[in-house]
Design a protein around this ligand. Structure first.
Ligand SMILES: Nc1ncnc2c1ncn2[C@@H]1O[C@H](COP(=O)(O)OP(=O)(O)O)[C@@H](O)[C@H]1O
Ligand SMILES: O=C(O)C1=C[C@@H](OP(=O)(O)O)[C@@H](O)[C@H](O)C1
Ligand SMILES: [Mg+2]
Length: 177
């Protein structure tokens, strides 16, 4: 199926911590719905012209967060498909306000599965040292924010990306869309 061109607000927005599967499940959802997929991390890398770990090294986290705020703003206004945010995007108050009323799903994951997953994936600078402790600290600080912005929460522990995508479609009542 050909992805429909972007128009209007996104049909699905995925939030959650690193390793929840936002990028993986977002792609599955976009394919199932025949919509375009967008990921703010990829948009930031395009804008900066380098990978996220290098942005953290060269310019620091506050600079990255500024790029992220702008990437989310642009994606929310110009994209009618499936959108995955980076795990820390919800820390920005303006971003949380922009998510109000949108079909946001919090992909939840426990420490065990998250650390197993991110250990196998591209580097995440925030988790470079002592990933278990860092991940737990991130989640303690952010869980209330993910919950605040989400219309639905979907657990991803012991589930394949396809099963998670099914649960997201159920939660948003998009099964027959
Ligand atoms: N439900 C799942 N079960 C097993 N592995 C998964 C699942 N979802 C994602 N992964 C794997 O975990 C890693 C991180 O996934 P990713 O989609 O990048 O997460 P996020 O974008 O939330 O940080 C990838 O290697 C991906 O293949
Ligand atoms: O949690 C975070 O602060 C971050 C999560 C990453 O995205 P994923 O959640 O897709 O891994 C990426 O935006 C950056 O490394 C910072
Ligand atoms: Mg991601």
């Amino acid at each position: 199926m050909t992805a429909r061109p972007p128009a209007g607000p996104p049909q699905v927005v995925l939030v959650g911590p690193p390793g929840a599967g936002k990028t993986t499940v977002g792609r599955v959802l976009a394919a199932r719905l025949g919509l375009e997929y967008r990921d703010t991390d990829a948009d930031i890398e395009t804008t900066a012209g380098k990978p996220i770990p290098e942005i953290f090294i060269d310019e620091g986290e506050p600079h990255f967060r500024g790029l992220e705020r702008e990437a989310v703003r642009a994606a929310l206004t110009g994209h009618g498909g499936v959108l995955s945010l980076g795990g820390g995007a919800v820390m920005d108050e303006g971003t949380r306000a922009r998510l109000t009323g949108l079909p946001v799903v919090f992909l939840d994951v426990g420490l065990h599965d998250a650390v197993r997953r991110v250990g196998l994936d591209a580097p995440r600078p925030l988790l470079a040292v002592n990933p278990r402790q860092k991940w737990r600290e991130l989640m303690d600080a952010r869980r209330p924010l993910y919950t605040e912005v989400a219309r639905a929460v979907v657990s991803t522990d012991d589930r394949t990306p396809e099963d998670v995508a099914d649960a997201v479609l159920d939660a948003l009542q998009l099964k027959d869309a």
